[in-house]
Design a protein around this ligand. Sequence first.
Ligand code: AMP
Ligand code: TRP
Length: 329
Amino acid sequence: MNRIFSGVQPTGNLHLGNYLGAIRNFVRLQHDYECIYCVVDQHAITMWQEPAELRRATREVAAAFIAAGVDAKKQIVFNQSAVPAHSQLAWIFNCVARMGWLNRMTQFKEKAGKDRENASAGLYVYPNLMAADILAYKATHVPVGEDQKQHLELTRDIAQKFNNDFSVPDFFPLTEPLILGEATRVMSLRDGSKKMSKSDPSDYSRINLTDDADAIALKIRKAKTDPLPMPATEAEAETRPEVDNLLGIYAALSDRQRSDILAEFAGREFSAFKKALTDLAVEKLGPINADMKRLLADPGYVDQVLKDGATRARAIADEVYDIVGFLRP
Ligand code: AMP
Ligand code: TRP
């Protein structure tokens, strides 16, 4: 059976990269798969989070899933800490994964920065918890942005070593990443060499899912570009990282090919393209923004979705303990 699992951290500032790289694909895939979508609050606390803000952001991510179109009645939407199997299986995986494997993880290096000695131990074993999220449900496919590719390779290594160590050859599946669309790595609007990120100190670097039409227009107008007109070919666009990024965003939001968009805009003033991109972004994100606001005005509803999702998730997640040899009295 094919089953999807994916997660988003409730660390504030959900942005266009989260939407195009992940959440939009969650919606598109739900027609062909059984899907489990998780607000990974335990991953969030690998870096310090204010408790009140963590609660708010957890509801906000759940609201974004629903507002974007995830059907929470058919699919499972829940927060990670509500299902103990995630941390329990993560402990088993802490004993399966090797230090050498974790030492290669680039996200740890980026997030820990120069002061590695001061990073939380949780940040170091973060990928083991991510593998546990996925494998607790034996998920076969995981839609994510490009930046999560390495973590999914580690998930496969963990699954393989577990299956081998416990002589259960096909117990955990070798999960496939689904990195889909024209914008699998959306870059900062201020610097085409940096990923769009929730934690960038400049709010102008990203379009937040909570931005209204005026904010979206202002950010696109101020987005870094060069003085040249729109390029004519994809190869030319690739030599101009900020231009290439906006082109990718346009392609993804409009579900069109880059070449098709270039055919329309080649040689025209960049400001004309920015104007069209603004209209498109407002058209696509406006309804999501409005629906998120509506949902967040009624936290009781979102909390009920999470609670119901956790009950259904828990029921799927338990089988592994017998295999490890844990007594379940
Ligand atoms: P995070 O915000 O780190 O929890 O990421 C949630 C999802 O969004 C993951 O699938 C990421 O790969 C994806 N994502 C995060 N940032 C970007 C980005 N700049 N471009 C595309 N996908 C992204
Ligand atoms: N590490 C992912 C990120 O930062 C979030 C995540 C946690 C995840 N567990 C997951 C993604 C399981 C996919 C599947 O983006």
